[in-house]
Ligand binder design. Structure first.
Ligand code: HEC
Length: 113
């Protein structure tokens, strides 16, 4: 076989065999967005600014601000999983799987200013 053909075949193989994090991330964001729109938007607002349902006390969190975004993934994951006591933020573990919580959290991360 011609050497060039071999090189091209190897390059094509590398491109196909490499995991594509950007594609996986994109898929996660799409799924996360769908989950967010379905379950979270009603309170947190279309862009997470806490402007969905504004009559709760304490008020719904603005998910875009650094006060929330600076919390660790673990902390936020737990807030979604277990809810926040004495607020309207519910226990999503009854609705979403662990993986779905991680997926919706990755979308929440993308809402940061
Ligand atoms: C019924 C209204 C309501 C819905 C629906 C809701 N939330 Fe919340 N959420 C709240 C309120 C209220 C707070 C603020 C709690 C507080 O005062 O700490 C909050 C806080 C949060 C926080 C910040 C937690 C922290 O540790 O400070 C995150 C993250 C969050 N919500 C994500 C979500 C996600 C993701 C969904 C959808 C799966 C969702 N919320 C659905 C009302 C809601």
């Amino acid at each position: 076989m011609n050497r060039h053909v071999v090189v091209i075949l190897i390059l094509v193989l590398i491109v196909f065999l490499l995991p594509s994090p950007s594609l996986a991330e994109e898929r996660d964001l799409k799924e996360g967005r769908a989950l967010y729109l379905k379950h979270c938007k009603i309170c947190h607002g279309p862009e997470g600014k806490g402007d969905g349902y504004t009559y709760f006390n304490p008020p719904v969190a603005d998910l875009t601000v650094s006060k929330i975004q600076q919390k660790s993934d673990k902390e936020l994951w737990e807030s979604i999983h277990m809810g926040v006591p004495n607020t309207s933020m519910g226990m999503w573990r009854f609705v979403l799987s662990d993986e779905e919580i991680a997926t919706v959290l990755s979308y929440v991360r993308s809402l940061a200013r």
